[in-house]
Design a protein around this ligand. Structure first.
Ligand SMILES: [Zn+2]
Ligand SMILES: [Zn+2]
Length: 764
C-alpha cells in the first residue's frame, strides 16, 4: 500500500476541484481526503501503487474545466493513519498566494439560460456564474470579493443574493452574479438609448453595414459585417489600416467550419473557456460562403474567435427581426499601437472617428485586456499575443528564487512581468510604447498589478536600449535597475516557460534589438545561462541605412545588401529586379559609404524584408512583419521541389561564427535573375536560413545538448519547424514557446528570470 500527500497549486478555488478529485478517487479505488487550504488544495491518497499512480494522472490530465493547475507537489508519506473512505473535508486556511483567475468566457449553461424565455436572466447581457464571467478585468484588489470589484455599485437583488449564498446553486459565491433587475445595463453612449433598445439599435446598424464600437470584457471592439465589402473597406479607411488583418468573431462553431479549416484541437481551443483568437486557414472553393477579401488581404489565414461575452451573443441573436451576419469584424478598439479603449471617455476620444455609434455599459473595466491571439503547433498552443483568458496566470518555476521585481519588457508589443519568489506573472498586452497612451497605461498597470499581488519591488529590470521608453519608465520608477540584452531576454523567456534553468544554446531570430556593441542585433546564436550569455554567432552583418524608415521600406535593406554583394555590378542587378530607380540606389549607397544614418545590423526581420523585396513579393510594409509574412506565404504555396545548394553555411568572423546569410542572399538573387519562380525561391530561402542557423548553433554548442528557439521571426512556423527538425536530427533537445509569445510580448518574462536569479544571489 502506498500513501502520498499531494498539493495542487493554481486556480483551484471555486472551480469544482474538490468534487472532481473525490470522483477520481472513487474511480481509482483510492481512499483519503481532499481539503481546501486557500492557496492550494491538499489531497491525501492511499491505495495500491498502480491505483495511486492512476489517480495522480487523472488529477493532472482531467482537472475541472475552469481550473489551471500550475504545480503539483507530491510527497510520499508514512501511512500513520488508515483511511477507509475518501472524503471532502473543510479545514483552516493557510497563508500564501491566492491566484487571480483570468476572465472566463460564457459557459454553456449560462448560454442556454440566456436564450430561455422562462429563465429570469433571459437575454441578460451580463449573465454569469461560478464557472464563467469577468474576473481580472473587474478586480480592484484581493481577496476576490464583490466589494473589491466593479460590481460593488450593483447591490444584489434578493433573488440573486439567495443564489449567491446557496451552496447548491451554480451561482454560489460567484462575485459578478446579477440579473435583469439588479445588474449593469447597456446603452448607446452619448444618447438616451438604453437596454433592449440599445441592443436593437446596435444590431440594425451592423446589419446596415455601419461600423460600431462595442464594450466587452477587457475593452472596446470595432465591429462591422465581415461579409460586407464596403463596410470593411470603410473601416480600413477610417483606421488608415490598408492591409493588417482584422480578427473576426463568428456566431458559433458551425459557422467557423463553413468558412475555415479546423481540426479537433483547434475547435477545442475555439470553444474552450479562454476563447482566444485562433489563426485558421481560410476554406476556398464552391460552397464556402462569401467573406470580404479585405478582412485579411492576401493572407491564407484568418484570426477567428467565438462570442465570449453574453453581449456578443446578443449582437448575433436577439428577439427582433434584424438579421445580423454570422461573421463580424471584431478588432481591438484602439488607434494603431495604443492600448485598447476601456472607458466611454477613451472610446469617444479614440474611436468616435472610426465608428457610427458606441454600444457601452456601466460595468467598469479596471484592468484592460485585449483578446489573446494563438496559433497551434503539434497539438499545442503557439501563442502570438497572451492576454485575455491567460493573464495574469503565473509561471511557477521549480528552481527556488527569493525576492521580488518588476520587468518592464520591450517597446513593441509591450507586456510587463512581476516576479515574486518562484512565481512569474506576465501581464496582459499593453501596446507599442511609441504611443504616449501606451506608456501611461504601462505605468498605471504596473501600479495596479503591484497592488493586486501585494508586491512593492525594490528592483526593476529593463532593456539595454538607452532610449527605449520602457527603460526610461523603469528608471523613472525610482527602483534599482538591472539591464538585460533584448535577445538574451528572448531566450530566457523560452527557458522560463519550459521551466528549464540550465545552460542552453539559444537561437534568437528577431526584428531588432539593441546589442552590447551598440549595433542592431536580431539574428543571434547565444550560449546562455541564467548568469549571462556569450554571443557565439550571428547572421552576416549588413548596413542598416535610414533608421526606422528601413523597417517600413524593406527594399532599402535589399539595396544595401546588393551593393555590398555585387559591388560594381549592383546597378545591373537592381535594374533587372526593378527594385527602385538608380538615383535612389546611388543616394542610399552614398549614405552608407559616408555612414550617414547608417548602423551595422544583424536583424533577421530586416533580412526577411530584403528577400521579400528582391523576389518582388513585397517592397514596402504597412505594418510590422508585413513583407516577411508575405514571403512566408509565398514559400508555403510553393509546389516545386526546392534545391538547397551546398554552400559554406557557417564561417568564422571576428570573435564569433557567422551564418552566411550574405551568401544565401547572393544565391537567391542570382536564381531570381535567371528567372526562377519566386515562390520556390521563398521556400529555398527559408530552408537555407534554417540550415545556416542550425549548423551555426550546433558548431558553437560544444557539450550543450539543449537548444532554445525564440524571437519574433519564430512566429513563422515554417522557419521554426525547419530549424527544430535540423537540431532534433542531431539528437538535440529543443525548447520552443507555447503559452508565452516568441515575439517581444515575451521579453518581460525573460528579463524577470534574469533579474530574479541575480536577486537570489545577492540575497544569499
Ligand atoms: Zn456560466
Ligand atoms: Zn438580481
Amino acid at each position: 500500500m502506498k500513501s502520498v500527500r499531494i498539493k495542487v497549486y493554481g486556480i483551484v478555488q471555486g472551480v469544482g476541484m474538490r468534487p472532481t478529485v473525490a470522483r477520481h478517487a472513487s474511480a481509482c479505488a483510492v481512499t483519503g481526503y481532499v481539503c481546501n487550504k486557500g492557496p492550494f488544495v491538499e489531497i491525501l491518497a492511499q491505495g495500491e501503487e498502480d491505483d495511486v499512480k492512476k489517480f495522480i494522472d487523472k488529477i493532472k490530465y482531467e482537472p475541472p474545466k475552469r481550473s489551471a493547475v500550475l504545480k503539483m507537489d507530491i510527497k510520499e508519506k508514512d501511512p500513520d493513519e488508515k483511511y477507509k473512505t475518501f472524503e471532502i473535508i473543510e479545514s483552516s486556511k493557510v497563508e500564501g498566494e491566492i491566484f487571480v483567475s483570468p476572465d472566463i468566457a460564457i459557459c454553456d449553461e449560462c448560454l442556454s439560460e440566456l436564450y430561455d424565455k422562462n429563465d429570469r436572466r433571459y437575454l441578460h447581457p451580463f449573465i454569469n456564474c461560478t464557472s464563467c464571467g469577468p474576473r481580472l478585468t473587474i478586480l480592484d484588489s484581493l481577496p476576490y470579493d464583490r466589494p473589491r470589484t466593479s460590481m460593488r455599485k450593483f447591490p444584489m437583488c434578493s433573488v440573486c443574493e439567495k443564489e449567491y449564498y446557496d451552496p447548491s446553486s451554480r451561482r454560489y459565491d460567484a462575485q459578478p452574479v446579477c440579473c435583469n433587475d439588479c445588474g449593469p445595463s447597456v446603452y448607446i453612449a452619448g444618447t438616451d438609448i438604453k437596454g433592449e433598445e440599445a441592443i436593437r439599435t446596435a444590431r440594425s446598424a451592423v446589419a446596415l453595414g455601419k461600423v460600431i464600437a462595442v464594450k466587452g470584457i477587457g475593452g472596446f471592439h470595432l465591429c462591422c459585417d465581415a461579409a460586407n465589402d464596403a463596410a470593411v473597406e470603410r473601416l480600413r479607411q477610417l483606421k488608415s489600416r490598408p492591409h493588417k488583418p482584422f480578427a473576426v468573431m463568428m456566431k458559433d462553431i458551425d459557422t467557423v467550419r463553413r468558412y475555415c479549416k479546423t481540426d479537433p484541437f483547434k475547435e477545442e481551443i475555439l470553444t474552450g473557456h479562454n476563447k482566444p483568437i485562433v489563426l485558421l486557414d481560410k476554406k476556398e472553393g464552391e460552397g464556402v460562403p462569401f467573406l470580404s477579401e479585405k478582412v485579411a488581404p492576401g493572407n491564407p489565414t484568418i484570426g477567428v474567435m467565438l462570442p465570449y461575452a453574453p453581449l456578443h451573443c446578443l449582437i448575433f441573436d436577439y428577439k427582433d427581426d434584424t438579421l445580423v451576419s454570422p461573421v463580424l469584424i471584431m478588432t481591438s478598439g484602439n488607434v494603431s499601437g495604443a492600448p485598447i479603449a476601456s472607458t466611454d471617455e477613451e472610446a469617444f476620444s479614440m474611436l468616435s472617428g472610426f465608428c457610427d455609434l458606441i454600444l457601452s455599459h456601466d460595468r467598469d473595466i479596471n484592468i484592460r485586456t485585449d483578446d489573446s491571439v494563438t496559433d497551434t503547433l503539434d497539438g499545442k498552443l503557439y501563442m502570438i499575443r497572451r492576454s485575455r483568458g491567460y493573464a495574469p496566470l503565473p509561471m511557477m518555476l521549480s528552481k527556488e528564487f527569493k525576492g521580488e521585481l518588476v520587468a518592464y519588457g520591450a517597446d513593441l508589443k509591450n507586456t510587463f512581468c512581476i516576479a515574486h519568489d518562484n512565481l512569474f506573472y506576465p501581464s496582459s498586452y499593453i501596446g507599442d510604447m511609441e504611443d504616449m497612451r501606451s506608456s501611461e497605461v504601462l505605468k498605471s498597470s504596473v501600479i495596479k498589478m503591484n497592488k493586486l499581488l501585494e508586491t512593492d519591488p525594490e528592483y526593476a529590470v529593463c532593456d539595454l536600449h538607452p532610449r527605449y521608453v520602457s527603460s526610461l519608465l523603469a528608471e523613472e520608477s525610482g527602483r534599482k535597475i538591472i539591464r538585460v540584452q533584448h535577445h538574451y531576454a528572448h531566450i530566457l523567456s523560452c527557458m522560463a516557460e519550459n521551466d528549464y534553468t540550465d545552460e542552453v544554446m539559444g537561437i534568437a531570430l528577431d526584428g531588432t534589438g539593441f546589442g552590447e556593441d551598440d549595433t542592431i542585433w536580431g539574428g543571434e546564436i547565444l550560449r546562455c545561462s541564467l548568469d549571462g550569455f556569450e554571443r557565439a554567432g550571428s547572421i552576416a552583418p549588413f548596413d542598416h541605412c535610414g533608421g526606422d524608415l528601413a523597417s517600413r521600406e524593406g527594399y532599402r535593406i535589399a539595396l544595401s545588401m546588393i551593393g555590398s554583394i555585387y559591388k560594381d555590378g549592383s546597378e545591373d542587378v537592381i535594374r533587372v529586379l526593378d527594385l527602385c530607380d538608380l538615383n535612389a540606389f546611388r543616394a542610399i549607397s552614398k549614405m552608407i559609404e559616408k555612414k550617414i544614418n547608417t548602423v551595422k545590423s544583424t536583424s533577421t526581420g530586416r533580412l526577411f524584408d530584403a528577400v521579400s523585396a528582391i523576389l518582388g513579393i513585397r517592397k514596402t510594409s504597412t505594418f510590422e512583419g508585413h513583407a516577411a509574412m508575405e514571403l512566408q506565404f509565398a514559400a508555403e504555396r510553393n509546389i516545386n521541389e526546392p534545391v538547397i545548394p551546398d554552400i559554406e553555411y557557417v564561417r568564422s568572423g571576428s570573435g564569433r561564427k557567422i551564418v552566411a546569410t550574405d551568401e544565401i542572399v547572393r544565391f537567391i538573387t542570382d536564381e531570381r535573375i535567371k528567372g526562377e519562380d519566386p515562390d520556390k525561391l521563398a521556400m529555398t530561402f527559408h530552408l537555407m536560413l534554417a540550415e545556416g542557423a542550425a549548423r551555426c548553433a550546433l558548431d558553437a554548442a560544444g557539450d550543450i545538448d539543449t537548444f532554445a528557439l525564440s524571437g519574433g521571426c519564430f512566429q513563422n512556423k515554417l522557419l521554426l519547424t525547419e530549424v527544430k527538425k535540423r537540431l532534433e536530427k542531431e539528437g538535440k533537445k529543443v525548447l520552443i514557446h507555447s503559452v508565452v509569445p516568441p515575439n517581444d510580448g515575451g521579453v518581460a518574462l525573460g528579463q524577470a528570470l534574469y533579474g530574479m536569479n541575480k536577486l537570489s544571489k545577492i540575497g544569499g
